[in-house]
Write a protein that binds this ligand. Structure first.
Ligand code: ADP
Length: 262
């Protein structure tokens, strides 16, 4: 009888705890959904005033006497940089909020990845030249890939931008694209500051910056690699990093070229 009562009690306790946990789960899931929606809505709403501010600053610049390097120029220059930085941050937040809610559709299209990569390399060349960084690029003459061209362009931009940002003056950066079997391989190598092994996993987390003081001065906000990882994962690929502090880093991405991802 005692054993029966004990079993009965444990069964009742089990059922009660099951219902309690289910009840608690619902508000938590709802709270997450609400938080996600809030971030998406807030980022979306912030885009318009930011673009109005940027065009107003551009208009103000035109009214200033460019011959005179005065205090107003300096203030306007700072304002413009901060507005641009915030526009980037808001755009990244919106991308991540949408990625969380699964509302971004992956476009499956065939395109020549070499042409796209060349354009991205050219768009950051001035940045590299400013730091006297040698920028190398190699890829097969034609590199047909099946995937979302816009998102893969963003992925390359994030990798190249970081390679230049975290490489001191007169360093080198190399982007190589190749095909191995049915995989597209992207190698992004730099001779920069490198990443501590303890940070390998964490750099892909949102808002994580290995060296906060440095990245703040370089204009980063710690969302680039989180977006890069998401882009790779929705293409069913993998992203890895190998690095040596003070010597440089290599990011290796492997993405299946032909796959039905939806
Ligand atoms: P951020 O906007 O700070 O660059 P990311 O998400 O792109 O944000 O990168 C996260 C962190 O990873 C950076 O703050 C930096 O510490 C480190 N990191 C990324 N790429 C490199 C690189 N090529 N070399 C050295 N450190 C890097």
């Amino acid at each position: 009888i005692l054993l029966g009562i004990a079993i009965l009690f444990s069964l009742v306790a089990l059922v009660i705890s099951y219902y309690m946990s289910k009840k608690a789960m619902v508000p938590i899931t709802r709270a997450f959904t609400r938080q996600r929606e809030f971030v998406a809505d807030a980022s979306h709403e912030l885009r318009t005033p930011l673009s109005v501010m940027l065009s107003s600053i551009n208009a103000m610049e035109m009214t200033l006497d460019l011959e005179k390097e005065d205090y107003s120029h300096k203030l306007l220059f700072n304002m413009k940089n901060e507005v641009k930085r915030m526009t980037g941050l808001v755009g990244d937040l919106l991308t991540l909020a949408r990625s969380d809610s699964g509302t971004i559709e992956l476009v499956n299209e065939w395109f020549d990845f070499r042409t796209i990569a060349e354009e991205v390399v050219e768009s950051v060349r001035a940045l590299a030249e400013f730091k006297q960084i040698k920028l190398h690029f190699d890829a097969p003459d034609v590199l047909m890939v099946n995937g979302d061209s816009q998102k893969l362009t963003q992925l390359l931009y994030i990798l190249l931008d970081n390679a230049i940002k975290y490489t001191p003056n007169r360093g080198e950066a190399q982007l190589s694209l190749s095909v191995k079997g049915k995989e597209l391989l992207i190698f992004m190598k730099d001779s920069g500051i490198g990443i501590n092994q303890d940070d390998y996993g964490r750099i892909f987390e949102r808002f994580y910056r290995a060296d906060k003081a440095r990245t703040r001065q370089d204009g980063g906000h710690g969302l680039g690699l989180a977006i890069a990882k998401w882009i790779v994962e929705i293409h069913k690929g993998t992203i890895q990093v190998f690095s040596e502090v003070g010597k440089g880093s290599t990011f290796i991405i492997s993405i299946p070229i032909i796959e039905n991802r939806n």
